[in-house]
Design a protein around this ligand. Sequence first.
Ligand code: C2O
Ligand code: CU
Ligand code: CU
Length: 559
Amino acid sequence: MMKKNVNRRNFIQTASLAAAGFYVMPFFASCKSDTSTRHPETVNKMDKDFIADLDLQLTALPSQTSIYPNSSTKTYSYKASIIKGSEDNLQNIEGSYLGPVIRVKKGDKVRVRYENQIPAESIVHWHGLHVSHENDGHPEHVISEGETYYYEFEVMNRAGTYWFHPHPHKHTGEQVYKGLAGLFIVSDKEEGKLNLPQGEYDIPVVIQDRTFNDNKQLQYLGDGEMDRMQGFLGEQILINGKIDNTLNLGANGKYRLRLLNGSNSRAYKLAWDNGEPITVFGVDGGLLEAPKKLPYLILGPAQRVDVWLDLSQQSENSRIKLVHLPIPLDMMGGGMMNGGMMGNSSSNHLPYDTQFDILEINVGAFAENNAQLPGELSSFNTLAATDAINKDNPRTFTFAMGGMMEWTINGRTYNGTEVAEEETVKLDTTEIWRINNGNQFSSDPDDDSGMMGGGMHGNGGMMGGQGGMGNMMQMPHPVHIHQLQFNILNRNADKVDDKLWEATKDGFINEGWQDSVYLLPGMQMDLIMRFEDYKGLFLYHCHNLEHEDMGMMRNFKIV
Ligand code: C2O
Ligand code: CU
Ligand code: CU
C-alpha cells in the first residue's frame, strides 16, 4: 500500500504553467469543491527509489479553447511537461482541448505527477494499461483541487493505443466532456520490426460528439434525467477536439490512423464513402495477427482501432470521407425513452439512423513513404476456453435496467469499495466472463433484478416483436474491464433485434486483445481473461459515461 501524504502544490507552480501559455481562469481557480468522499489513506506520495525513464508533470486545469473562430470556449485540459524524458514522449495537439499524446516504449518506467487544478475532485485512469490498484485511478483515489497524485508504473502492455481520462464517481462524463482525455501510445520491439507508418504518417483520430449553445459554449446534458438515462448524444462531431474534421494528407502516402471513440455514449458505424472496405490491423490491446477487411466498422465508446490508409490509388486533390452509416438505434436508446413514456428531450442530437461525415481526407501533394502492411503482423497465443477454471459455468454479469429505474450490473450499482462474493476472483487464474445485455438470458426464476429489466418481457412486441417493458428499456452497453486485456470467445446475437443485427453484424471485430466491447440490446458475449501480477480492487463498468456515473460500475477483486 502507498502512504498518505497530500502534496499541496504551491502558487508558483500554477503561475509558471500560466506563464507557459496556459490560461487559468480566475473564476474557476477560486471556486473550491465542497464535498469530499475521498479515503485519505489512498493518497500516495512519490517513491524516491523509483527511477523513471519518463517523469511527467500532468495538470488538469480549466482552459479556454478556440474551437470556433473568433470565440473562446470554456474547457478543461490536461497539460503536460517533461521532467525527465525526451521530446518524443509528448505530442501536443495544437489548438485542441485534448491532452497531449503520451508516447512510451514497453518496459519504460513512468512517473506521472498528476496535479488537479480543476474545481472538482478527480483522478486519472490509464484505460487499458496493466497496472496495480494504486496506479489505476480508482474513484476512491480522487484528489481535490490543488492536490497531487503520484503514479509510478512500468509499462507492461503490448504496443497499442491506450488512453487516459478522469474517473471520479458521478462526474466522469462531465469531466471527459469538458475536454479531459488523451492518448497513451505504447510501442514495442515486435511492432518496431514491422515497417508500419511512423511520424507524420501515424495519426491520432479522436472522435467525439459535442453540443454548443449560442455562445459557443459546451452544453452537456440538456434535459437532465432523460438525457442521462440514454447517455449524452451531441449535435456535432469533433475530430481531435476540432470542428474542422479535415486531414490534409499526401498523395501516395501510407498512413496509420489510430481511431479512438472518445465520445461519452455514442457508437459509430464507420465506412469509407467510396465503398472501399476498411482495413483494420489493430484493436484496443494492439496489433491483430493479420489485417482484417470490413465493409464497415462498429466502434463503441472507448474502443480503439488502427486503420490502414493507402493513398497510392488516390489522385492529387481528390478527397475521401469516413462517414457514419445509419443504424436503427434511435428507437432503442432515444426515441422510446424520449418521445415515449418518459417525456421529450430538447436535444437535436445527430440521429443514429442517418448518414453523416466523420472525417474528410484531402489528398494533397505527393508524399510517398515506404511503409507496408504485412499479412502477418504479430504472433501471440490467445487464451483457450479449456484453460478457464470456470469453463463449464462462466461467471455471469447482466447489464440491465434495475427496478429502481437505474442502470445496474447483476442488479447492483456502484458503492465505493464494495465488492460482492461473485465479483471476487483469484490471482493467476483464467476465467470466462459471460456478459449479458439485458435479462432475457436468465433461466433462474428468482433472478429478477426488477420489473423493468427482468419480469416483464415476453409480450409487447414494440421492439422487433421480442419484448415488453423490459426490452423497451434496453440500450447498447459498451462494457469495459480495467487492468487487463481479454479475448472474445463468443458473441451471441440470437436475441438482438433482426434489423439492428442486419445493420451491424459485419462491423464487429472479435479477434485480438480488447478491453472494451459494444453489446447491442439482447447481445451476450463470452470473454476470457487472466488475472495476473496484481491483487486488489479494479473496476468493470459500462463505458457509456452517463450510465457509469449513474452507477453502472462495480469492483472486482483479485485475491
Ligand atoms: Cu475508460 Cu473505467 O474507463
Ligand atoms: Cu479502463
Ligand atoms: Cu450502459
